[in-house]
Structures are given as structure tokens and as C-alpha cells.
Design a protein around this ligand. Structure first.
Ligand code: ADP
Ligand code: MG
Length: 141
């Protein structure tokens, strides 16, 4: 296994629920270090660009609207197998189908408002991290 970095976003519904700390604890207690972090209210243009891979999907417009409905908390997580580890901690896209104890099962509201985003491959992790963080703002330790 290799040390990897992945991009995580705590989405507007979870930020509004005041559970940033509880979600950060999940990362930290499962071997993922927060090596960069910022809160940001995305513009429509930014949300559309971030989710560009989904632009042909029927839910794209609503997804963008939801992602700009309030501030999000964005972080880079680093650790062994970080990309898949984070996806495991998140659970399935639909909170109703996510395994008990996962972040989405516990904090997600719906298939759209599902509390967190996580990169799904080394390629998307690299692209998504670069989208939000210049290299100089990422602090490995
Ligand atoms: P994941 O976030 O688990 O990688 P996807 O990349 O497939 O899932 O979708 C991106 C985001 O789009 C999801 O996290 C969710 O917020 C939203 N989404 C996915 N599928 C649907 C759907 N069928 N209806 C509404 N929103 C959806
Ligand atoms: Mg995805």
C-alpha cells in the first residue's frame, strides 16, 4: 500500500448541521491526516466545473444548485490507501443504502444531500486536489 492523497468535501447539508468536527474525527481516527483545509462558498461556475464529469446526467442541475446552497468544507486527506479508505468511511452514494456507521449513513439526508464528496481514483484525486489547493498550501507531516 502507498501513501496517497485524496480530496474530501463536507457538503452544504453537513456543514449546516454543524458536524464538521464529527466528520473530521472519523478521518483522524481512521488513519487519515488533514493536510490542507478551507471553507468556501462555491460559485455556480466553480460547482459546474468541479462536477463537469456529470454534466450530462439528469441530476446535474440540481446537484450544482445544492452544492452552492451554502458553504462547504474542503480538505486534502493523506494516508495509506487514502482514496479507497475515504470511500469506505463515506459509504454508498445513497445514504439509505450506505453501510451502518458510515458518514453518509449517519449524516446524509438523501442521494443528493449525502454529506460528503470523496475522489474515486488517483487520477481524479490529483485533478480535484489541484482544483482547490496550490501545492504550497498542502502540509504533509
Ligand atoms: P459519489 O459522490 O458517491 O462518487 P457520483 O459521483 O455518482 O457519487 O455522484 C456525484 C454526486 O451527485 C453524489 O454524491 C450526489 O450528491 C449526486 N447524485 C448522484 N446520483 C444522484 C441521483 N440519482 N440523484 C440525485 N443526485 C445524485
Ligand atoms: Mg463521484
Amino acid at each position: 500500500m502507498a501513501v496517497e492523497r485524496t480530496l474530501s468535501i463536507i457538503k452544504p447539508d453537513a456543514v449546516a448541521k454543524n458536524v464538521i468536527g464529527q466528520i473530521y474525527t472519523r478521518f483522524e481516527s481512521n488513519g487519515l491526516k488533514i493536510v490542507a483545509s478551507r471553507m468556501k462558498w462555491l460559485s455556480q461556475h466553480e460547482a459546474e466545473a468541479f462536477y463537469a464529469v456529470h454534466k450530462e446526467r439528469p441530476f446535474f442541475k440540481d446537484l450544482v444548485k445544492y452544492m452552492i446552497s451554502g458553504p462547504v468544507q474542503i480538505q486534502v486527506l493523506e494516508g495509506e490507501n487514502a482514496i479507497m479508505k475515504n470511500r469506505e468511511l463515506m459509504g454508498a452514494t445513497d445514504p439509505a443504502k450506505a453501510e451502518k456507521g458510515t458518514i453518509r449513513a449517519e449524516f446524509g439526508k438523501s442521494i443528493e444531500a449525502n454529506a460528503v464528496h470523496g475522489s474515486d481514483s488517483p487520477e481524479t484525486a490529483a485533478t480535484e486536489i489541484a482544483f482547490f489547493f496550490p501545492r504550497m498550501d498542502i502540509y504533509s507531516r
